[in-house]
Design a protein around this ligand. Sequence first.
Ligand SMILES: NC(=O)c1ccc[n+]([C@@H]2O[C@H](COP(=O)([O-])OP(=O)(O)OC[C@H]3O[C@@H](n4cnc5c(N)ncnc54)[C@H](OP(=O)(O)O)[C@@H]3O)[C@@H](O)[C@H]2O)c1
Length: 215
Amino acid sequence: MKTIGLIGAGHIGSQIARLAVARGYYVVISNSRGPATLSGLVTELGPRARAATAAEAAQAGDIVVVTVPLKNYRQVPVAPLAGKIVIDTNNYYPERDGHIPELDNESTTTAELLQAHLPASRGVKAFNHIYAAALTTDGQPAGSKNRRALAIAGDDQDAKATVTRLLDEFGFDTVDAGPLKEGWRIQRDTPGYGPRRNAEELRKDLAAAKRYALK
Ligand SMILES: NC(=O)c1ccc[n+]([C@@H]2O[C@H](COP(=O)([O-])OP(=O)(O)OC[C@H]3O[C@@H](n4cnc5c(N)ncnc54)[C@H](OP(=O)(O)O)[C@@H]3O)[C@@H](O)[C@H]2O)c1
């Protein structure tokens, strides 16, 4: 697991790229406008980084992070992601994404939507409830007292174990929220969405979360 592909290189994608190169990973970053528009970020990230198309980033990554506005999730390339761990950071903001009926009626979750688009991939929800800036300021070494924890959700246990190791390298404990369908427990407007939480606090937040319809 040496290369991380990024589909999306905005607030979250660029921060994950910074964390990754600082820990010795290679990154292949992409956006919607094309690699030439990412030259500044590539220069900042240094020799372990290159920019490419989304399809190339998907192909190159041992792990691939999808971090785009949710409304664009159907544009994520499918074939090159088959069999791969795909980390999904995306959240639903109707004012940005437009209304998505199956999210409005809570018959699915954002994580399950991307998984349905990428049926042969091993989806893990992660990084969706931490502000982008905090990714490079809140990490601490393993074993630190009161270390910040991040939630994951996914249906593939091996994929979750790999993402847990990655989060640990990035400076965070992990709390497993369960399968993808439980990903709503850390969606927008739930108690754990945004604030700094250690693992014990985050577990309580996940347990206390309510679906929008029940609020
Ligand atoms: N910002 C946060 O603090 C935060 C925290 C947690 C989770 N999130 C969630 O994470 C996702 C990304 O958020 P963000 O704040 O990083 O967004 P952002 O700053 O707007 O960046 C979005 C990135 O996605 C790229 N993109 C859009 N459509 C694409 C496509 N079809 N193929 C490839 N790349 C595409 C954009 O490229 P162009 O610029 O070229 O269009 C841009 O690089 C969102 O779902 C957001 O809700 C955000």
